[in-house]
Design a protein around this ligand. Sequence first.
Ligand SMILES: Nc1ncnc2c1ncn2[C@@H]1O[C@H](COP(=O)(O)OP(=O)(O)OP(=O)(O)O)[C@@H](O)[C@H]1O
Ligand SMILES: [Mg+2]
Length: 398
Amino acid sequence: MTELLLVGVGQMGRPYLEAALRIGCTVRAVESRAAFPGLPVGTGADFYQVDNGLDESWLLGALQAAEQGPPQGVVAFAEAHVTAAALLQDRLGVPGPSLHAATISRNKGLQRMSCAARGVSQPEFLLVPSIADAREWMAERLPVVVKPLTFGGSVGVEQVSTIEELDSAIERRGEGKLLVEGAVSGPEFSWEALVRDGSVLFENVTAKETTEPPYFVELTHRCGHRFEDPKVAQQVQEFTRLVLDAIGMRTGLAHLEFRLGPDGPVLMEVAVRTPGDHIAEAVCLTYGFDLYEGVVRLALGLPLDDLIQREPVQFAAVHHPDCPPGRITGIEGLSEIEAHPFVQRVSLNRGIGDLVKPLSSSSERIGYALVVAPTPEAREETLAFIQARLRITTVLDG
Ligand SMILES: Nc1ncnc2c1ncn2[C@@H]1O[C@H](COP(=O)(O)OP(=O)(O)OP(=O)(O)O)[C@@H](O)[C@H]1O
Ligand SMILES: [Mg+2]
């Protein structure tokens, strides 16, 4: 019997479990104590508990699960699972992104260094032990972006545009290793790809909308984006391959983010794990095949030819509605939106009386809507419909 070991499941990793069981694997899955109670028992999967969500803890769980007999494949779900999975893949000699790519995925400083050495287009950057060490560098290059090396969800990422903001950032942020970068302008995209032995088997471009500086919180993702200008399409093709080469990507799912500047794509970051914000589900809907099954098959060394579709069959988007900060006093239009034929799902995580903070990271968003439309135009109309009809009113606490 083929066995798959899944490091991390959460909610959004469930489709890996389902895909593996569907294709007849037995599954061992590692999950943290906090998420353990929500796991789907009785599905035939065996679950192994780890103490907490730290990278190191996942490794112990993954090794303990592997002790029961070596699995034929190992899949990492999210960013914190990448290192444990790569260590195990390396030890067992099964397919994976590579220890090199996984290590780089977990550290934005290593990303900048390895990409600089390969000539990947990326912002000017400086890595410093403490933000105060970068004061002069930043002051000469404003606006700049300051970011921690290992967080996600835009936590701790901020644009600094004036000397006053610079001094306030130095005061607020204190000690600790940090990356500072020139601020790149231009529209932002992500790129999701299934890769085997460094070769791209499937790829998708997602157009992004974020909040304005200083915090750049992701609000809308539109999958199946096509660059109309063939020169840009070619640049993106070459750029994405160069990034994979720079990080030493072997086999699995790659997710990179870039801005399109006047001279072409500029790297924001790269990761070898499932993209967040339901993008993987939106990719599945857009292309009409199960991307998660694709990842499971790659991990097990199985063929993909009869699975993947390279052209969109419909157009999915994930939209995170926003509202003014304050306490929620009213939510209108929800049932109208849910009834829209191109709205697949709406999920709000706040209700009347709940507090909404000013948006500075992804976790502060109040929910999302998943849209699936037959054409890009119908998708735009649906997104406009949501924005017009969903009214979330707030008051500031007195
Ligand atoms: N040098 C830069 N120039 C312009 N914008 C930037 C720069 N660096 C980061 N950003 C913006 O900040 C966002 C978050 O940065 P980054 O992706 O590095 O952090 P993150 O916490 O990993 O984000 P997430 O997990 O949400 O993808 C980017 O998607 C981009 O919009
Ligand atoms: Mg990012």
